[in-house]
Design a binder for this molecule. Structure first.
Ligand SMILES: Cc1ncc(COP(=O)(O)O)c(C=O)c1O
Length: 397
C-alpha cells in the first residue's frame, strides 16, 4: 500500500528520550540498557505518532484551554459502534459499553464482578504477563492451560484442558489475537473455545486489544460474532490505545451484551468510582474514524515490512526462530535451539546487543525459552536490532 500525503512517515526517527516515555525512559532502570545507544523493544508501545485527527482532537482541547469534566458521550459511543460495524462487522449497542481505565483495569474489574477470592481464572499460556498480576493480586488462582507450539504456531488443546478443570474455575481470559505469538484465532478455534467455556460454566472475557493489529490477509473475528450462542457469559474488551498508540490515555471499552452481567459489572465500576479522563475520550472519538482506519491500514502494511526484515534476519541465526505473526507487532523468538541458559541469552541481548526485550518466562508456562521483541518502530531501528543480534549471536553462525 502506498502512503497518502496525510499519513505519517513511519520511517521518521522521533527522539522520545526525556519525555517520560516508559519504553525509553525506564529502560535503563529496568534493564541496565542506556537510552543513549540502546534499543527499547520491550513494552507494547509504538514509536509512531497517532493519526493527525487524534493530535488535532488534543490540539482543539488545548486551544480552548479549560480542562473540565467531560459530558455528552454520544459522539464517543457512536464512534465505537461505527468502528466495530465497519471494521469487524459487529453490531454493538451503545448501552452495552463501559469505559474503563484501560484493559488491565477492565480485566481487574471483571475479576471483581464475576469471581470470588480463591476462584480459578483460566489463561492460555504463554500470555500477556499483566493478567497474572491482577489475578494473583486479587486473591484468585491462575489456572494455566498451555498452548501447544506446533511447528512454530500456537494451538489450543481442549482435550487436555478439559482434563485439567476442577470445577473451581469461574472465568477465562482469552487474548485475541494472542500476545505473544500473534495468533489470529480462527472461527473453528473460537467455536471450540466457546463450547469449552460453556462445558465448564466459565465467564469468557475476550481481551481484543490487538484486534485491529492484524496483518494483510488475516481477519480478526470478534468473539461476540464468532460465538453468539455464549452471549450470556461473554465480556468483550476493545481499545483504541494499542491500535493508535495512545496507551497513555489509559482508556478501554468493556462491552457486555448480557443485561445480567452488565448489571454486576456496573455495580463494581460504580462502587469504585470509575470514570475516564476527557483527553482519552476526545482522542478515541477522533481515532475511530475513516482517517483512523486509513492510518491503521497503512500502519499494518508498514509493520508487515518490519516483520519480514526481522524474521529473515533472526531465522538466519542458527538456533533462533521467530514465530510467524498473524497479528500484533510483538515478535516472539524461540532461543531453545541455542541450548544456552537464559542468563547467557539475556547477557548477549542486554549487554552485547544493547536491546531491551520482554523475557519469555514472565508470560507463564511455555515462555521460558522465548524473548519478545517489539517491532513497532521505524524500519532503520529494526534493521539495527537485527545487525546487533547477528553480532551478539555471531559465534553460532
Ligand atoms: C493483551 C493485552 N491486554 C491489555 C494490555 C494493556 O492494556 P491497557 O494499557 O489498556 O491497560 C496489553 C498491553 O500490551 C495487552 O497486550
Amino acid at each position: 500500500m502506498t502512503l497518502t500525503a496525510n499519513l505519517p512517515d513511519f520511517d521518521e526517527l522521533i527522539d522520545r528520550r526525556g519525555t517520560h516515555s516508559a519504553k525509553w525512559d525506564k529502560m535503563e532502570a529496568l534493564y541496565g540498557v542506556s537510552p543513549a545507544d540502546g534499543l527499547p523493544m520491550w513494552v507494547a508501545d509504538m514509536d509512531f505518532r497517532p493519526p493527525a485527527c487524534v493530535t488535532k482532537a488534543v490540539q482543539d482541547m488545548l486551544d480552548v484551554g479549560i480542562y473540565g469534566y467531560f459530558g455528552d458521550d454520544r459522539a464517543y459511543l457512536e464512534a465505537i459502534t461505527w468502528w466495530h460495524r465497519t471494521r469487524n462487522n459487529w453490531e454493538v449497542d451503545p448501552s452495552w459499553i463501559f469505559t474503563t481505565h484501560g484493559l488491565v483495569n477492565g480485566t481487574a474489574l471483571c475479576i471483581e464482578a464475576f469471581t470470588a477470592p480463591g476462584d480459578g481464572v483460566v489463561l492460555f499460556t504463554p500470555v500477556y504477563h499483566a493478567f497474572f498480576r491482577v489475578i494473583e493480586a486479587s486473591g484468585r488462582e491462575v489456572v494455566q492451560c498451555p498452548l501447544v507450539n506446533r511447528d512454530g504456531r500456537y494451538e489450543m488443546d481442549f482435550d487436555a484442558y478439559d482434563a485439567m478443570m476442577t470445577g473451581s474455575e469461574k472465568m477465562l481470559v482469552l487474548c485475541s489475537p494472542h500476545n505473544p505469538g500473534g495468533r489470529v484465532w480462527t472461527q473453528e478455534e473460537l467455536t471450540a473455545l466457546a463450547a469449552f467455556a460453556k462445558r465448564h460454566d466459565l465467564i469468557l472475557v475476550s481481551d481484543e486489544i490487538h484486534g485491529d493489529l492484524v496483518f494483510p490477509g488475516q481477519t480478526h473475528i470478534p468473539m461476540a460474532c464468532a460465538a453468539p450462542e455464549i452471549s450470556d457469559r461473554l465480556v468483550m474488551m476493545t481499545a483504541t490505545t494499542k491500535t493508535f498508540n495512545i496507551a497513555g490515555a489509559h482508556l478501554g471499552n468493556v462491552i457486555i451484551p448480557d443485561p445480567a452481567l452488565r448489571d454486576r459489572f456496573g455495580k463494581v465500576t460504580a462502587g469504585l468510582g470509575i470514570s475516564p479522563n476527557a483527553f482519552g475520550l476526545h482522542m478515541a472519538t477522533a481515532a475511530y474514524s475513516p482517517e483512523g482506519a486509513a492510518w491503521v491500514d497503512a500502519l499494518m502494511a508498514y509493520l508487515d515490512g518490519n516483520r519480514a526484515v526481522f524474521d529473515a534476519a533472526i531465522d538466519a541465526i542458527p538456533g533462533l526462530r521467530s514465530m510467524r505473526l498473524e497479528g500484533t507487532y510483538l515478535a516472539w523468538v524461540d532461543f531453545s535451539g541455542t541450548g544456552m541458559e537464559e542468563a547467557e541469552i539475556k547477557r548477549r541481548i542486554l549487554e552485547e546487543a544493547q536491546i531491551a526485550v520482554n523475557y519469555g518466562q514472565t508470560f507463564g508456562e511455555g515462555g521460558r525459552d522465548f524473548m519478545r521483541f517489539n517491532l513497532a518502530t521505524p524500519r532503520a531501528r529494526v534493521e539495527e536490532a537485527c545487525a546487533r543480534m547477528q553480532r551478539a549471536f555471531g559465534d553460532l553462525q
